[in-house]
Design a protein around this ligand. Structure first.
Ligand code: DP6
Length: 404
């Protein structure tokens, strides 16, 4: 008997122009467009296997080995039923010999290769991997931009993880949301020099979720309305142009301004939302000083790094590959590491970053040296490609349709 199964992986993305605010909470339609960099799946990814079988008794889902409830009418259920609808319309209604997979229940198993404790949002890569795996299972002819309409209904930022490289999510205008999709501004091959350092900041307390936080901002922040009307449209155009021109200085300027405005809008929310903490702000001070020195005419007059923060205290530092060694040494100096730095690009030849090294002219008093563990981990990665279809040897579901 035929076995209907597919396994795919999908990447994490980190926005340079932030999505914050919904105009439709059910369809997940944003109040503004956003733009992100897709990160390399060699380092961070979600892998999902889905399987359709006439013998299954209901749709079931396992996340990192633990079965989760699929709430009726919830985001997960919406994505699964939308994908079944597409299977029926685009495949079964057109070809009478196609297996009636849209009528079968599915079992889905998903696994993140990064610990939840790392504080990285897994909903973007997770819903992108789910959508990509069902698209492969159902042999849909749809391009990533069409699939992004489904992933968006799982988690807004997930729509951008359907594509590699530099990706814009168009806010769109239609009430149906059919024009609120993700498009590639440039593939990863256009500017492979963009690297990223994720600084995992120690954070004990559970913060406000993106979903509830942004709703509160929409309801109470006057600054958000200014941002939507007068800042984001120009920034989207300017950062797209900077990416096409591989202009890192401009890319960095816009990325940092937008991260800071997003956190300002959070502060402008009633009651205010704080995502960054003192360690996050110390990282900003260090990168700002690094750029101040770089901007001096004698040093070339261009920024060398850009920080950005999502709905949590972790920093993501974007920089051209050539600057990463200097940046990691500087971060390790101010934020000593407990565990050895995993050096995936072999920058330090097995010796590990030497703390103490700062560029000439750097004012070392911009931040104090923190206790070990204030930044509990560093992940060095770079821009990468979109979802991948994997072989059956990577399947997360066994022949009995249960997680392996
Ligand atoms: C700060 O996509 O997690 O990371 O659509 O409610 O699931 P929901 O929210 P989510 O919000 C992400 C917000 C952000 C900015 C961004 O990724 O653009």
């Amino acid at each position: 008997m035929a076995v209907f199964t597919a396994t795919t992986s999908a990447p994490v993305n980190i926005a340079c122009i932030k999505y914050w605010g919904k105009r439709d909470t059910k369809l997940i339609l944003p109040t503004n467009s956003s733009l992100s960099v897709t990160l390399d799946q060699d380092h961070l990814r979600s892998t999902t296997t889905s399987r359709a079988d006439p013998a299954f008794e209901k749709d079931r889902l396992w996340l990192n080995g633990v079965e989760e409830d699929i709430k009726s009418g919830g985001r997960m259920a919406t994505c699964i039923s939308e994908m079944k609808r597409m299977r029926k319309e685009l495949v079964e209604d057109k070809d009478a010999s196609a297996a009636p997979l849209s009528k079968y229940f599915v079992h889905i198993a998903s696994y993140n290769n990064f610990p939840t404790a790392a504080g990285l949002a897994s909903s973007a890569s997770g819903f992108a991997a789910l959508t990509a795996s069902l698209a492969a299972l159902y042999a849909l002819p749809s391009p990533p931009t069409t699939l992004s309409l489904i992933a968006r209904q799982g988690s807004g930022s997930a729509c951008r993880s359907l594509l590699g490289g530099f990706v814009a999510w168009n806010a769109g205008e239609l009430p149906s949301g059919l024009d609120s999709n993700a498009v590639q501004v440039a593939p990863e091959t256009h500017w492979p020099d963009i690297h990223a350092l994720i600084c995992v900041v120690n954070d004990a307390k559970k913060g406000t979720s993106s979903t509830s936080g942004m709703q509160r901002t929409v309801e109470t922040s006057a600054l958000l309305q200014h941002r939507i009307k007068h800042c984001v449209p120009q920034r989207m155009a300017d950062i797209s142009a900077a990416i096409l021109a591989r202009d890192f200085d401009r890319f960095a300027e816009i990325t940092m301004a937008d991260s800071n405005q997003f956190h300002a809008v959070c502060l402008d929310t009633a009651p205010p939302i704080f995502y960054m903490n003192d360690v996050s702000r110390a990282i900003i001070a260090v990168i700002e000083e690094y750029n101040r020195v770089a901007l001096l005419p004698e040093n070339g007059g261009k920024r060398k790094a850009a920080y950005t923060y999502d709905a949590g205290p972790n920093a993501v530092i974007y920089a051209p590959a050539a600057n990463m060694k200097e940046i990691i040494s500087m971060i390790v100096r101010y934020f000593p590491q407990q565990d050895p730095f995993k050096d995936p690009f072999s920058l330090f030849g097995g010796a590990g970053p030497s703390s103490g090294a700062l560029v000439s002219g750097f004012n070392e008093n911009v931040a104090k040296v923190w206790e070990a563990g204030a930044v509990k981990g560093l992940i060095h990665t770079r821009v990468g490609g979109g979802p991948r279809v994997l072989g059956s040897e990577e399947s997360l579901l066994g022949d009995n349709g249960l997680p392996l």
